[in-house]
Design a protein around this ligand. Structure first.
Ligand code: OSB
Ligand code: MG
Length: 369
């Protein structure tokens, strides 16, 4: 397929409720949406970088620059027979995984549409429903957290992830267990601790958590391995795994027993396929993480969560958990049994509403071959 045109939209969408983690609060979600046209077929992708470099070093501004000056020039006007070939054309560009993943995602969507295949089938997915969990930000107080969990429970969500940080951790988890019993529960620290906190974190062991996500530094594997030796609770990595080879190393030293996979963090869906294959060999369960995506990124997440190694509920919550009005029609919905039905239409499978995208667009660039 020959890439004829690429449009990049910098959008800002207001969240229904602010989302607070150990690294900051998000009220308005900035990201880039990418429309790619090849052989007259369009595809959509999402660059999940935020306005500020708090989760990782990328921002919408760095991604805008890397796309304009390096990635778009590498693919525009050229022909590619597969996503693998597409990705190889800019493999010389180091890092910037979110910028790459957004562009590769747009190509995957166009490529699968051109073949009349749903994206998840083109990827090699094996499920027509995915199990869904929800990530709940740091709240004002424990009663507010309990209310939030109970409302998601009533909507069917199958797993509850609580964001933690020093001062909002062991006591909060104890209260949740006391009030709500044996619900499927996990915590995510977003790198808020160090190895000096090992004995404090070990107090979580008595609460039978499914896992603790990224307790230590965003770029660490070695200390996580040391911490895992001191914890019964499985460690799940997020921030510190950027490709399949990081997972190989993490597994080799025992730095994690579970992996959160985000397509933006690992640089694209082709790398997700490699991680899926390796994780199955290693016996490491995977689940699909989230970055407060618009419907476009959300549908990519639903598709990748159908790969066979994704055996745990993901952070692919329904559109209504984030937005009053999503940029896709229909929105992504969670059924009362806590699953999302995977679209059967070609590509990402829902209609992209460019009129709605335009309403939230701050700037737009069009590149033509
Ligand atoms: O660490 O998983 C994370 C959101 C933004 C940045 C990092 C993370 C998250 C979430 C939210 O946990 C997941 C979602 O609902 O999209
Ligand atoms: Mg995380």
């Amino acid at each position: 397929m020959r890439v004829q045109r690429i449009d990049v939209f910098h959008v800002a969408m207001t969240l229904r409720a602010p989302f607070r983690t150990s690294f900051g609060v998000t009220h308005e979600r900035h990201c880039l949406l990418i429309r790619l046209e090849a052989d007259g077929v369009e595809g959509w992708g999402e660059v999940v970088a935020d306005a500020a470099p708090l989760y990782s070093e990328e921002t919408v501004e760095t991604a805008w620059h890397i796309l304009r000056d390096f990635l778009v020039p590498a693919v525009l006007g050229r022909s590619f027979d597969s996503p693998r070939e597409f990705r190889a054309s800019y493999a010389h560009v180091r890092r910037h995984p979110m910028a790459k993943a957004g562009l590769e995602g747009a190509f995957w969507d166009a490529w699968s549409r051109a073949r009349g295949l749903p994206l998840w089938r083109a990827l090699g997915g094996t499920k027509d429903r995915v199990e869904v969990g929800v990530s709940i930000g740091i709240q004002e107080d424990v009663p507010a957290l309990l209310r939030a969990i109970e409302s998601f429970q009533a909507q069917g969500y199958r797993r509850f992830k609580i964001k933690i940080e020093p001062g909002w951790d062991v006591d909060v988890v104890r209260e949740v267990r006391r009030a709500l019993g044996d619900i499927p529960l996990m915590v995510d620290a977003n790198s808020a601790y160090t190895l000096a906190d090992a004995s404090h974190l070990a107090q979580l062991d008595r609460f039978d958590l499914m896992m603790i996500e990224q307790p230590l530094a965003h770029d660490d594997l070695v200390d996580h391995a040391e911490l895992q030796r001191q914890l019964r609770t499985p460690i799940c990595l997020d921030e510190s795994v950027h490709h399949a080879d990081d997972l190989r190393k993490a597994a080799r030293i025992g730095a994690c027993r579970i992996l959160n996979v985000k397509v933006g963090r690992v640089g694209g869906l082709t790398e997700v396929q490699a991680i899926d294959r390796l994780a199955r060999q290693l016996g490491i369960p995977l689940w699909c993480g989230g970055m407060l995506e618009t419907g476009i990124g959300r549908l990519h997440n639903v598709a990748l969560a159908t790969l066979p190694g994704f055996t745990l509920p993901g952070d692919t919550s329904g559109s209504d958990r984030y937005w009053l009005e999503d940029v896709i029609d229909p929105p992504v919905t969670v059924d009362p049994d806590g699953t999302i039905a995977v679209p059967q239409q070609p590509g990402i499978g829902h209609q992209v509403r460019e009129d709605r995208i335009q309403r939230v667009t701050r700037r737009r660039a069009t590149y033509r071959a």
